[in-house]
Design a protein around this ligand. Structure first.
Ligand SMILES: NC(=O)c1ccc[n+]([C@@H]2O[C@H](COP(=O)([O-])OP(=O)(O)OC[C@H]3O[C@@H](n4cnc5c(N)ncnc54)[C@H](OP(=O)(O)O)[C@@H]3O)[C@@H](O)[C@H]2O)c1
Length: 248
């Protein structure tokens, strides 16, 4: 896809990978609407992007909250125009510290599903119709290896990310031929707040840099038309050469 002049909506845009993607996309000429719950942090990212000459807007909202999806989709389109690129980077671990399924409460499982599956579903549904009418659009799901590997204690998150992967594949199958494409990307382990909350004892020097991951993801987005619709790819943010988009 062409990034220059594209209208992008990026959830999870206040820090970590979402913020890095917002900065990278804006640097390449996209008009970016960023979503997260905490407004101050989000506004700071948008301000920094504007100070660097890009276009960015902050939209405070909770993707796990039902009425928010339509409101966020409408507000984003009003600010940057009909959305060409929707990035689902916001996510929750469900329960911190991570715990066994036997110790996971209903509310923790339901919250993981609401933020990581139902919210992205609603947001895509609110935006994909306009993409179909215009015959183009790309929806990026930021996933995790926890969607494939049954790591003990990552139950709520892993289950929700597995459903999130399948959501992308079903959207891709249903909208195939309309010009609207879906892509899932596993960014590997990154040095972010989410990782610190999940694995506080991790050696941060071994973790990927979200800015490097964002760079490699944008490279993938640029050649999205050559990638099978609904594919799931892996990217890493460590120094090792990557970004070739290994399918899994
Ligand atoms: N870090 C890793 O090692 C790793 C590995 C594999 C996959 N991932 C995936 O990468 C993506 C980005 O994660 P990250 O590590 O960059 O996390 P992060 O630094 O903790 O950032 C998470 C972002 O999501 C927002 N967010 C969380 N809940 C939200 C909600 N209910 N509504 C709206 N925004 C919400 C946060 O802002 P607020 O808190 O203000 O809402 C923040 O902007 C996630 O999808 C994650 O599953 C991360």
């Amino acid at each position: 896809m062409r990034i220059e002049g594209a209208a992008a909506l990026v959830t999870g845009g206040s820090r970590g990978l979402g913020a890095a993607l917002g900065r990278r996309l804006a640097r390449d000429g996209a008009r970016v609407a960023l979503v997260a719950r905490e407004e101050r942090e989000l506004q700071a990212v948008a301000r920094a992007i504007r100070a660097a000459g890009g276009e960015a807007h902050a939209l405070a909202g909770d993707v796990g909250d039902a009425p928010s999806a339509t409101a966020l989709a409408g507000a984003a389109a009003a600010l940057v125009g009909p959305i060409d690129l929707l990035v689902h980077a916001a996510s929750t671990l469900g329960a911190v510290p991570l715990r066994l399924l036997l110790d996971t409460g209903d509310a923790q499982m339901e919250r993981a599903l609401a933020v990581n599956v139902t919210g992205p579903f609603r947001l895509t549904r609110a935006i994909a119709g306009s993409m179909v009418l215009r015959g183009r659009g790309l929806v990026l799901h930021v996933t995790s290896d926890a969607s494939l590997v049954p790591y003990p204690r990552w139950g709520a998150y892993g289950v929700s990310k597995a459903a999130f992967d399948h959501l992308a594949r079903i959207w891709a199958a249903e909208l195939d031929g309309t010009g609207v494409r879906f892509l899932s990307v596993d960014p590997g382990e990154m040095d972010t707040r989410m990782h610190a909350e999940a694995v506080p004892e991790a050696d941060r020097t071994t973790l990927g840099d979200p800015a490097v991951v964002a760079e490699r993801i944008v490279r993938l987005l640029r050649r999205a038309e050559s990638i099978p619709n609904g594919a799931r790819l892996e990217v890493t943010g460590t120094a090792a050469a990557s970004g070739q988009g290994k399918a899994s």
